[in-house]
Design a protein around this ligand. Structure first.
Ligand code: NAD
Length: 499
């Protein structure tokens, strides 16, 4: 029998095996081999992590902004220096090509960059002489212990979206990463310890629904950030609210790229293929639908199909590969089933990824697929496929295209390709999504803005990262202050009125 590596948890600055008796397999999706077994935390393991985090949060919140900033800069430098190691772990567990994994770490680091400015982000407001000899000022304080639950498709970036700000604000953070690719988050935990982040301030609990359910129930956890699929996001939002926690829950997506007839068709085809098939379509900001506007969409569809036949698919560690495998064999079969249903429901499969030679191999590969003549009632349009399949829907004009997008229950991102500024301006104004791209197919905002969708793509009030993140992980306190002269005073039963 081949012995596989065992991955445990990370609590109080060290690996922690815990009491949980269950675990799950971690695969190398490029070969189909199991490379590790990850332990699944039980309630006692979570309790242990929360106890440690509660204690760490007390001293960490008292640590000066100067010291916290110094440690964040060290964390940033170390993550940057070792980004190649993190990226290789991502590729090994997830399958995405190495250049993409390097990009993921870089985008995650943007959030640490932002968090390094914590002293300025947390600066309060002060109104002197708001009333006679009375000052009013406000500042924000950390919550205590906060938790992050993250998806498989960005095992480094999404944890960094959350933990950089959470820690910078003075909280202790418990990460429950995806059980499908735990190597990168565990490595990040070790690097944060090496950078000097105090033990217990950043902890990792591996596991599945059992771990999530217990995190949601635990009274000491004050806030939960979740990123994953819509059904789980909705449930996390409801449960966290029921137990009185602050919650932001980002869900799935179905992002449309609208191509107007005046667009540069080669640029639009390049953008559609890059944004739909990068990371094998396993991105919440992947383009999964092209809306071809106008009477002559053939050059666009032909241009996309031509590029798909030339796409180099292979192991993500091979520098020649442009697209890697899917995360699991089960997911590959689920994704492929949409080609079957699309044909049965009357769409035209222009390029069929099941015919790619690697699609039958032991690795979890599926070739890139293009489906034309898709309509909104088809399964391939309604569901989030999360794989290398691009659907094409036709629209007569911009009105129809915007109407189609706004009727969708998803609202993460949308993009338009055009040379008409007025059309683009109208699109950005009217489209009901949280992030818009104008001649940019994957409009993931920079770290000092914020990230989040509308409708079923986000449950909660605030976006994640940027100043929204600072507000999410802190609560405001407002002080009304007067220092009266010794002789002043006297009873006054009127409601205080400022004069
Ligand atoms: P997922 O919902 O299956 O899992 C996300 C997390 O929840 C994981 O940590 C997992 O262990 C846990 N989980 C899974 N099932 C659960 C359950 N029944 N109860 C409690 N916890 C559960 O998502 P995934 O497959 O890992 O990731 C892909 C999904 O994430 C896609 O839908 C994608 O669009 C979405 N996503 C969204 C964003 C965004 O910013 N909106 C970003 C990345 C990924």
């Amino acid at each position: 029998m081949v012995r596989v590596e065992r991955i445990s948890h990370w609590i109080a600055g060290v690996e922690f095996t815990g009491a949980g008796a269950r675990g799950g397999p971690v695969f190398n999706p490029a070969t189909g081999e199991q490379t590790a077994e990850v332990l699944f935390a039980d309630a006692a393991d979570i309790d242990a992590a929360v106890d440690v985090a509660e204690e760490a949060a007390v001293s960490w919140s008292e640590t000066s902004l100067a010291r916290r900033t110094e440690l964040l800069f060290k964390m940033r430098a170390l993550l940057d220096e070792r980004s190649g190691e993190i990226a290789r772990l991502i590729t090994r567990d997830h399958g995405k090509v190495l250049a993409d994994a390097i990009g993921e770490v870089a985008r995650g680091l943007e959030n640490v960059d932002f968090a390094c400015g914590i002293a300025s982000h947390l600066a309060g407001r002060y109104s002197e002489q708001a009333s006679s000899a009375l000052d009013v000022y406000s500042f924000r304080q950390p919550l205590g212990v906060v938790a992050g639950i993250t998806p498989f498709n960005f095992p480094a970036m999404v944890p960094l979206w959350m933990c950089a700000n959470a820690i910078a604000c003075g909280n202790a953070f418990i990460l429950k990463p995806s059980e499908k690719d735990p190597h990168a988050p565990m490595h990040i935990a070790a690097l944060l310890a090496e950078a000097g982040i105090p033990d217990g301030v950043f902890n990792v609990i591996n596991g599945d629904k059992t771990a999530v359910d217990h995190l949601l129930e635990h009274p000491a956890i004050r806030a939960v950030s979740f990123v994953g699929s819509t059904p789980v996001a909705r449930n996390v939002y409801q449960e966290a609210a029921r137990t009185g926690k602050r919650v932001q829950a980002l869900g799935g997506a179905k992002n449309h790229l609208v191509v107007l007839p005046d667009a540069d068709i080669d640029q639009a085809a390049d953008a559609a293929v890059s944004a739909a098939f990068g990371s094998a379509g396993e991105r919440c900001m992947a383009i999964s639908v092209v809306v071809a506007v106008g009477a002559s969409p053939e050059p666009l569809i032909g241009g996309i199909a031509k590029r798909l036949f030339e796409l180099r698919i292979g192991n993500g560690l091979d520098p020649d590969s442009e697209m890697g495998p899917l995360i699991t064999d089960e997911h590959r079969h689920r994704v492929a089933s949409y080609l079957e249903s699309a044909s049965a429901q009357g769409a035209h499969v222009v390029v069929d990824g099941r015919e790619h030679p690697l699609a039958k191999g032991p690795g979890f590969f599926l070739g890139a697929s293009l489906i034309d003549e898709v309509t909104p009632e088809m399964d391939c349009y309604r569901d989030e496929i999360f794989g290398p399949i691009l659907s094409v829907v036709h629209a007569a004009d911009l009105d129809e295209a915007i109407g189609l997008l706004n009727a969708s229950p998803w609202g993460n991102g949308a993009a338009i390709f055009t040379r008409d500024g007025r059309a683009a301006r109208r699109f950005q104004h009217e489209v009901q999504v949280g992030m818009v791209g104008v001649n940019v197919p994957i409009p993931v905002p920079v770290g000092y803005f914020s990230f989040g969708g509308w409708k079923q793509s986000l449950f909660g009030d605030m976006h994640i990262y940027g100043l929204d993140g600072i507000h999410f992980y802190t609560r405001p306190k407002v002080v009304t202050s007067r220092w009266p002269a010794p002789a002043a005073g006297g009873l006054d039963f009127r409601f205080p009125k400022h004069e």
